[in-house]
Ligand binder design. Sequence first.
Ligand code: MV4
Length: 450
Amino acid sequence: MFQKILIANRGEIALRIQRACRELGIPTVAVHSTADAEAMHVRLADESVCIGPPAARDSYLNVPAILSAASITGADAIHPGYGFLSENADFADMVEAHGLTFIGPSAAHIRMMGDKIAAKSSMAALGVPLVPGSDGAVPDLETARAVAGQIGYPVLIKAAAGGGGRGMKVARDASELDEAFQVARAEARTAFGNDAVYMEKYLDRPRHIELQIMADMHGNVVHFGERDCSLQRRHQKLLEEAGSPAITAEQRDALGGIATKALSTLGYRNAGTLEFLYQDGHFAFIEMNTRLQVEHPVTEMICGVDLVREQIRIAAGNELGYGQSDIVFNGHSIECRITAEDPTTFMPTPGRVTTFHPPGGLGVRIDSALYSGYFVPPFYDSMVAKLIVHAATRADAINRLRRALDEFAVLGIQTTIPLHQRIVDDPEFQAGDYTIHWLEQFVARAVDRR
Ligand code: MV4
């Protein structure tokens, strides 16, 4: 097992990783920017190192500073969390080149999945279903027209280096194709320094369903079921649930079987998430995330597993020690991402938290680095807390979530707690009847009512 783990992140996820380390008896090193000297992840770590000024590029993305911090503290492994350097293959390479363990997949797999074209062709070759689309990159307009003719409009043009919604253009019909193609290409070149694009049939009302997998270094791969992440606004997820209200246990088993077999063949290791669009009873793979995700707790709640502990154990070379049939799904879990934002305009609201009173009780979990008196800095992501509930059924989980949201007090700054309270009271949400477009329409209706 590792002697000391450096956590290359901040906020709630740094705390989340520290907690797993502590239960494994592994000391932790926190790194922080000058803006985070008073942050909870620094206070609770065994050791801490200041790695630079507030801007992320000078601190949490500062590779030499992070590697130096690992070296001077004697850390032998680095957990990247999510965001920042978590899906940076060059960073993973450099960590290993310094004789340290990167707690995550191999740099080669991170690189493969970072190229969305390579990710799709690898998965397709292993029997994972895709959206109808181009076979690889679309090099020119002539090819784009031919592909659109084959798959039918509307089509989506996506950047190979994109992902998470960046660099996509819809063409509703042939008259829109030329411009969509040129703009997608130009934007991809500017945003990613890579103008490779590919095409897919545009699905107009899908759900976003993702599958959590875990693989050890001995060829064992399991899945921990799906999360429904359809409730998002501008590609920022607001609320996630496990399992999806839209899919059956049989569908989960079938998809899980295909996915675990594919990743076992690929030789993938550590945690990973396959993203699918789900519409009209069909799953289509779109991307794979090679990191621990923000919403991992809903999976932990229904599976009774500590995913971060598993990541660390696996990275140290341990076997999973259990198989798919040992993983039992129990009840339902919902996570609300609470951000320091105006709940109607979504303008960030950094500032001093005067009172932090989290809810408690049976089936309630708070992952947050807030405390009364903490100043939420303006430099980073605005998520300040995750409220996760677990109960026997979805209806019970919603009821518990309403109770927990009512109990939650974050004073001094505005948060999105009131927005979550409105979502939870909505009959369509309660019925599980939503697609990836539902939340934006819900928010627009709320603005109209003002
Ligand atoms: C799509 C799609 C419809 N059809 N692909 C956006 C994020 C990126 N991961 C993929 N995305 C989409 N790909 C096809 N062929 C619609 C989206 C999409 C979306 C997907 C998941 C969650 C939220 C979304 C919001 C808008 C568009």
